[in-house]
Design a binder for this molecule. Sequence first.
Ligand SMILES: [Zn+2]
Ligand SMILES: [Zn+2]
Length: 419
Amino acid sequence: MRITAIKGFSDILPEAVEPWQFVEGKARQVFSSYNFSEIRIPILEKTELFSRSIGETTDIVEKEMYTFTDRDGSMLTLRPEGTAGVVRAYVESEMYKTEPVRKLYYMGPMFRRERPQKGRMRQFHQIGAEALGRADPFIDAEMLLMLRDFFAAVGLDGATLELNSLGCAECRPRYREKLLAFLRQKEHLLCANCRRRMERNPLRVLDCKEPGCIEATREAPSILESLCAECRDHFDLVKRLLAETNVAYVLNSRLVRGLDYYSRTTFEWTSDQLGSQNTVAAGGRYDGLVEELGGPSIPGVGFAIGIERLTLLLREKETNQPAGPSVYVVWVGTPARDWAFGAVNRLRRQGLVVEMEGEAKSLKSQMRRADKLKARSVLIVGDDELQKGRAVLRDMASKQQAEIAFDNIEAELLSRKAN
Ligand SMILES: [Zn+2]
Ligand SMILES: [Zn+2]
């Protein structure tokens, strides 16, 4: 019987991998220019890390995590997001003792047991960045600028930035009470899910996508009107910095995060290019998380970009066909094969992409294969060529061919690659 992949887990086949490498490469490039360094964290963590950082009452922890008991009885979870692991590593390695300000980025798979649908997999991939140790609004603005630059670098246009502030430990509880009082009056109009979690996590009701809940909370009090003076000043400066650097945004006071540790600046970049409004990147400030995970009181701000959705958006725009090999070496006869094997190796070490056959095939069938692989040049060697010390070099686009001395092959191919 044939074994298939697990539902919600998919392969990224060679034909589809090019946009992934492109997006990852641009992230490394742009993030480095903002002085972010890469961190690689494990895929598997203790379950407690996520229940503590993401919050027991969130959908993720309640029903979406891949959690299992290890052979020694400990509870482990496949990471559903990256921030918790990065902060755990920051605290565990005591990075803050040598240099509290750390700008880190990561990329890789995340896991949630969701209902699979278009662009939403159980193993999905994110590129994320976290800036730890800075409470000032300049770093909030810097991260948004970095995202703007990243989207420009990959060629994604038309993404909208939605912005909100979630207040702090001082002003958010006051807002929470105000919102709860409002929700209690509307309770009969809310969906079962919202009624259930309303008392414990009233902000999540604003995030509910049920039309009844959206309608019932249309007149809900805005968190932006409940901010304390410090939170208001912080948010005003973020907005001013964005305006000064030409980053357009819309305020959305319904933008609340499912994760409990978020505070102050929170944001989402959305795109409507796939029909409905889709989130491409989301993030915000989480000033309480480092302490929550056993570290000192150190602020943080971060975001994550969904790679599946981003590559889907880029694919709608254009498809970059992966380039074929620079050179395909065609050989006829055993002596030519042995010469070709050495030549291919030398050319590869010069950075050229080179291919040849291992088994004897006709000249015609090798030429067909070169064509199929989209090789740019073909080098043909047989007994005659070996004797003359010259090969035939054919340009596949122009169909022109000429004899070339063995000694000149490397230089000629390298100059063609440069053009
Ligand atoms: Zn506040
Ligand atoms: Zn609801």
